[in-house]
Design a protein around this ligand. Sequence first.
Ligand code: APR
Ligand code: PHB
Length: 385
Amino acid sequence: MRTQVVIVGAGPAGLMLARLLWLEGVESVVLERKSAAYVLGRIRAGVLEQGTMDLMDRVQVGLRMHAEGLVHRGVELSFGGDQHRIDFASLVNRQVLVYGQTELTRDLMAAGGAMYIYEADDVELHDLDGRSWVTYKKDGATHRIDCDFIAGCDGYHGISRSSVPQEALTTYERIYPFGWLGVLVDKPPVADELIYAQHERGFALCSQRSPTRSRYYVQVPADEAVAEWSDDRFWDELRRRLNPSTAEALQTGPSIEKSIAPLRSFVAEPLRFGSLFLAGDAAHIVPPTGAKGLNLAMSDVSYLADAFIEHYRERSGAGLNSYSHRALERIWKAERFSWWMTSLLHVFPETGAFGKRMQRAEFDYLKTSRAAQQSLAENYTGLPF
Ligand code: APR
Ligand code: PHB
């Protein structure tokens, strides 16, 4: 088989890229290791920036998102129970949309476009410096696809980044000494907007998926086991970290999903190696505190799609040559914001009493300074693509 672009990975990055290319007449094949059902079973975050919404509209799959997504014009920050609202609308005249990543993935999958090959095993990339080709196994047979380019959209644990010789990449990493224990529950959200809470027992987040489904998180040590957390223990711990009136309003129920996600900041540079281009989680990870992971994957693939389209339409390599630099500029800004939100809101055992006072001072500053609030709002609602 021959195609123009092989896309490895059918997460949001790979599916969006395939759709952007297809609408402009660029051919691609998407190779995904898991089944479509498995991909749709993963529970991920769900806050969309305006740029992500615009991209969904551009690829003509935005209808359900606009109908079912919940517009949020602000967010609540709680510090030891002292709650303060950041009003995006008046600060930066912007908003975000609460719409699960799983739903966005479902919409992109249903729209189709490119050729999608699920349950493709042992994907291998060949001759990244020359005429590239990709092999994979399916139903016991090995298949080969020749291509012009490869888009590595296969997430942090994918094979794309690890196919690049180690000396060609520089990586930057910070692993936080804690994770997020998340629970999904079929109960109405405790509040209209998201609540990010810092508390001496640890961070907590009240999020939502729909008017009847909520998502909650508490900070736990990095080596914690989910089995240690009964539903009752989770709800008790969450209530302790919220302000009393919120804790009282919380509607609890049996968890329909419960898992622990580690927190990490990670960037690999550059994003291009010969004919291979990295995008999304394959290239970078942010801790979830700023809700940036999905949105960053979307800005990467919008730049990458533009570069491929320019290559085929204008026979110009300018976009492909500048992709890495252009994407990394936005990636590092989102890394900074995610690291900052994480630093403000979590308990860091190693920073001691001084660290705690710095967090308190930062929160007090945020409460009283419009400039500080504007900075948070500008970043949270998303820097321009
Ligand atoms: N071969 C083929 N597919 C692979 C391979 C492989 N060797 N390794 C991983 N994959 C697939 C995974 O099964 C997954 O479906 O690549 C896909 C990568 O998707 P995501 O991990 O969702 O990454 P991305 O599309 O970059 O989206 C980023 O998703 O993970 C969240 O927090 C992240 O919100 C962010 C967004
Ligand atoms: C979520 O709803 O899962 C969610 C929301 C906001 C975040 C992280 C996760 O910052």
